[in-house]
Write a protein that binds this ligand. Structure first.
Ligand SMILES: [Zn+2]
Length: 210
């Protein structure tokens, strides 16, 4: 069942406290309309009643999809030990961008472990092509409805943000190649850049031992 809570947010502009209704648990089968407000970030947008300032507030929130058997938890506090799942794929994320990305990946049936590994390759390629470019994040942004190509946006610190496209065939090929790396630590629920770097190093050292 979807759960709402009231909290207060301190406005960074006028420093007044304002009331903010947050959604701590999203049951998407019950409230399918909430998906739109996640993807457009409005679920996390606080508008100050005093001065009208708008900010994104990242708060702890769990997305539950009983049709597709997955849960994505945005965890903003240190303690995440209360999350238990037996029959669902669980992912824990730390930012709104990651939260939106994981839900999109899980829904599209794309293996997020392969995507994190691919992003490391994309990072290397991008930095090679644009010398000195600083990447702040790469996020999956959905599939092209005609070609089924996977779309990504690259957020950079010092050059223009970019888009990248991965063909579905290449995704399948990479899945085959990276299968062993992706299976590293199967109980891990935090599949992110750090996980991918560790998985690649692990995969590499396993190769060497053979
Ligand atoms: Zn304000």
């Amino acid at each position: 069942m979807t759960q709402w809570k009231k909290t207060t947010v301190g406005c960074p502009a006028c420093l007044e406290d304002g009331e903010f209704t947050i959604c701590s648990f999203i049951d998407i089968a019950e409230d399918p309309d909430l998906k739109e407000s996640i993807f457009d970030r409005s679920l996390f947008r606080f508008t100050c009643p005093e001065c009208g300032e708008e900010i994104l507030v990242s708060y702890s929130c769990t997305y539950f999809d009983s049709d597709n058997n997955f849960m994505v938890a945005l965890v903003t506090e240190k303690d995440d030990s209360s999350l238990k799942t037996d029959c669902y794929t669980l992912r824990i994320v730390r930012s709104i961008n990651e939260f939106v990305e994981k839900i999109a990946l899980m829904e599209d049936g794309i293996d997020d472990r392969i995507i994190e590994l691919y992003k490391i390759m994309l990072e290397d390629q991008f930095e090679e092509e644009r010398h000195g470019a600083e990447i702040l994040g790469i996020y999956y942004s959905g599939q092209n409805s005609d070609t089924k190509n996977l779309l990504f946006y690259i957020i950079t610190g010092n050059v223009e943000n970019c888009r990248a496209e991965l063909s579905f065939d290449t995704y399948t090929a990479i899945s085959g190649q990276l299968e062993n790396s992706a299976k590293f630590d199967e109980s891990c629920t935090e599949i992110n850049r750090l996980w991918a770097i560790t998985a690649l190093q692990k995969g590499f050292s396993d190769e060497k031992e053979k």
